[in-house]
Design a protein around this ligand. Structure first.
Ligand code: ZN
Length: 242
């Protein structure tokens, strides 16, 4: 049992200048004003003076192992950067991916992030790091083909719910790296599995212009047309409307 005292506390419902939190194993027994905290003899005291206690942050879009490539091609436009990093990713082994994910998780936890949504390729190696570290994660593969989309069925069967901390959605890399058949398969597969889709959307002006050229509409309108929003969607970026 832990008793965190002398801490500035934000619970999501209230803010307390002099807050207190009492935990027992995985449960929070009390979170509120220190004056109202019950007695808890034997609890280990953590002095939170000078700190802030708050719910963990959630990072909604990561490619965790790519932390190893930090800075590579950082000044390049999106498509040139992709070509640059893909060349290096060809040398990644399962252990590279596990280690890269572990490093990313260490940085996330240090920054107060206790949950992240990710899209990468070798998901099993990432999930190993999630399980070993104690963080929560929603893991997907950045699919560009129907086979890639269907690979989530086995991944979901094997890992969804693992340790009560792992979720498996369906990953669709993006409009510009897939076709309508792949995108429809992602929506249908997510629907069948009862999960959502994680997708890049309107990340660059070039992507939006290309989508209008290919489909006559912007990426969100295209995805709406094919029924992607019939399931929950984590849409990453969404920074350009034309
Ligand atoms: Zn991304």
């Amino acid at each position: 049992m832990y008793f965190i005292k002398n801490v500035r506390l934000y619970t999501g419902r209230g803010e307390y200048e002099n807050g207190a939190v009492i935990t027992d194993g995985g449960k929070i027994l009390y979170a509120g004003d220190a004056a109202g905290a019950p007695e808890c003899a034997g609890a280990e005291i953590i002095d939170g003076r000078g700190g802030i206690c708050m719910p963990g942050l959630c990072d909604a879009h990561c490619h965790a192992p790519m932390v190893l490539l930090r800075g590579e091609g950082a000044d390049l436009p999106l498509f040139d950067w992709l070509a640059c990093v893909q060349k290096m990713e060809e040398n990644f082994t399962p252990e590279t991916i596990y280690t890269g994910t572990m490093l990313a998780i260490a940085e996330l936890l240090r920054g107060g992030v206790t949950s992240f949504a990710d899209m990468y390729f070798e998901c099993a190696d990432m999930i190993r790091a999630v399980i070993d570290s104690g963080i929560r994660a929603n893991i997907t593969r950045g699919s560009t083909s129907v086979e890639g989309v269907y690979s989530h069925i086995g991944l979901h069967r094997e890992f969804d719910g693992a340790e009560g901390r792992v979720r498996v959605f369906v990953g669709l890399h993006g409009e510009y790296t897939s076709d309508e058949k792949v995108a429809r398969a992602a929506a249908e597969t997510a629907g069948k599995l009862g999960v959502g889709v994680h997708v890049h959307m309107s990340e660059s002006r070039g992507e939006v212009a290309g989508c209008i050229e290919r489909h006559g509409v912007t990426p969100p309108a295209y995805f709406e047309r094919i029924g992607l929003f019939d399931v929950p969607v984590i849409a990453a970026h969404c920074v350009h409307d034309r």
